[in-house]
Design a protein around this ligand. Structure first.
Ligand SMILES: [Ca+2]
Ligand SMILES: [Ca+2]
Ligand SMILES: [Ca+2]
Ligand SMILES: [Ca+2]
Ligand SMILES: [Zn+2]
Length: 487
């Protein structure tokens, strides 16, 4: 009887467990269906707080199109081009490590985009349409607020902000537009170049440098964009005038009349450029602006040893973490004097043979284009706002001879007395006999002291040449002094 009851109970329990598992399975299956458009990070180069985050949307891609990989192909082929070594993609190739790429899979009911004059209307999530302004066939754009809703929902709960927004439209027909979003027809043969041109508008706020036929003299206000001006002497880019571009003389910088849709009364920096014609490089003025805008989102250093106040370390290396060692170089200096050979991400003070004393150690991280300012080379990319491209961290470091508790440069019975007076006390520090920074003054500290005691009839000035690492301790006082530029 009892056994039977137990058996029934077991059966009942199993059944409950089965029901529960089934319910959980239903939940898991149901969740993706109920969720909004999926966000996928396809290139992860670092913390979004210190990267330019590209966010892709797609319009006119049905679930079938998405499943067939059409959207993925359009996104990936553009990214491969944008970060290639092709000079028409310059400067993005150099700064590839400064970007993350995310894509949002937006599902449309129908494929393609509207073409109102042709009577073609398709039901797409972001309302992509040619003739966006009602008159320009190639002007392909989307509904900003619908796109914003998609971005806001997809990024909600992440630390990603959409720093550069692109929309690829599932169409083969030539077209694009640059507003809040850089929009382009992903299936067209010129897709890559159109997207890059639109980024010039939407990311770097560059103007078109071409002339629209029928437009004569420009009479408007001085434009805000950096690459066009009403001034026939081109003060806006005076620091580039005379630059002979190694990419081709068509990009040499001077002042050329005709820009921003007008034939006269307004000027551009080069004979041609990507903001004037596709399949051209950006000119020097545009490249510099793009780099400044990248550095508006990215500091040269991702991280560094950031010691809190009164924290002491024992033979600890100072360190920094650069965004991309192919772009950012390091230079360490002590009291303003560069240390020969110190160009790595770590700096172990005991390797550099400092005598006991107090020092300011600085790590300067800088974009190596700063070594080419004005030299006319391919890396002569930036000539103004140079401080955007570097960052300095300074630590105040106190190097003491192990055992020298009273910091008089000698290890003698005065120091032994200090150790004795604090024997087995916890919460002690250097001045109370804790040389290895483990928070207690004990036999380890006495041993460390004895190592020096035995070796020296101490003259106390640290004049004995290069100290061995074991005889050095490093105390970081007052934490790191962070010298950071203000943006
Ligand atoms: Ca970011
Ligand atoms: Ca439509
Ligand atoms: Ca001493
Ligand atoms: Ca200790
Ligand atoms: Zn344009």
């Amino acid at each position: 009887m009892t056994l039977l009851l137990k058996g029934d109970a077991m059966l009942g329990l199993k059944s409950i467990v089965r029901s529960f598992v089934f319910a959980v399975l239903i939940l898991f299956v149901a969740m993706p269906i109920a969720s909004v458009s999926a966000l996928t990070t396809i290139v992860d180069n670092g913390n979004p707080d210190n990267r330019v985050d590209i966010v892709f949307l797609g319009d006119g891609y049905t679930q079938t199109d998405l499943n067939a990989g059409i959207y993925d192909n359009h996104v990936n082929s553009y990214i491969n081009y944008m970060f290639s070594a092709d000079q028409d993609a310059d400067p993005f190739g150099r700064y590839a490590g400064f970007f993350n790429v995310h894509q949002i899979d937006v599902v449309s009911i129908q494929s393609g985009a509207d073409e109102p004059p042709n009577g073609i209307y398709v039901n797409t999530a972001l309302d992509a349409s040619y003739w966006w302004d009602g008159s320009t066939e190639r002007l392909l754009y989307i509904n900003n607020s619908k796109a914003n809703n998609q971005v806001n929902q997809a990024l909600s709960g992440t630390n990603i902000t959409a720093d550069l927004k692109l929309v690829t439209v599932n169409s083969d027909k030539y077209g694009g537009g640059g507003g809040t979003y850089g929009v382009y027809a992903g299936g067209n043969g010129a897709a890559h170049e159109v997207a890059m041109h639109e980024i010039g508008h939407s990311f770097a706020n560059l103007a078109d440098e071409y002339v629209t036929s029928g437009n004569g003299h420009y009479t408007g206000a001085e434009p805000s964009e950096i690459n066009v001006t009403k001034s026939p002497t081109g003060e806006k880019w005076s620091h580039w005038i005379g630059f002979q571009d190694p990419r081709g003389s068509q990009y040499d910088i001077d002042v050329f009349e005709g820009a921003r849709y007008y034939a006269t009364g307004i000027y551009r920096p080069s004979s041609t450029s990507k903001m004037r014609t596709l399949n051209q490089a950006f000119n020097a003025v545009s490249r510099e602006k793009i780099i400044h805008d990248i550095y508006a989102h990215v500091d040269p250093l991702d991280d560094w040893l950031n010691t809190p106040n009164s924290f002491s370390v024992y033979d600890e290396a100072l360190w920094v973490d650069v965004v991309d060692p192919n772009v950012i170089a390091l230079e360490w200096s002590v009291d303003g004097v560069p240390v020969t050979g110190a160009t790595g991400e770590t700096f172990l003070l005991s390797d550099y043979g400092f005598a006991p004393g107090s020092y300011e150690v600085t790590a300067r991280a800088y974009d190596t284009v700063l070594e080419h300012v004005g030299d006319g080379s391919l890396l002569d990319l930036v000539r103004t706002n140079l401080d955007l491209l570097e960052q300095e961290i300074t630590w105040t470091v106190d190097i003491r001879k192990t055992g020298d508790a009273n910091y008089d440069g000698k290890v003698n019975d005065l120091d032994v007395t200090i150790v004795a007076n604090n024997w087995r006390n916890t919460g002690t520090d250097w001045a109370t006999g804790d040389f290895n920074a483990d928070g207690v003054t004990d036999s380890i500290d006495l041993f460390l002291l004895s190592q020096v005691w035995v070796d020296t009839s101490d003259t106390g000035t640290g004049g004995g040449g290069i100290p061995e690492p074991a005889s050095l301790s490093i105390l970081l006082l007052g934490g790191a002094i962070l010298r950071r530029r203000i943006k």
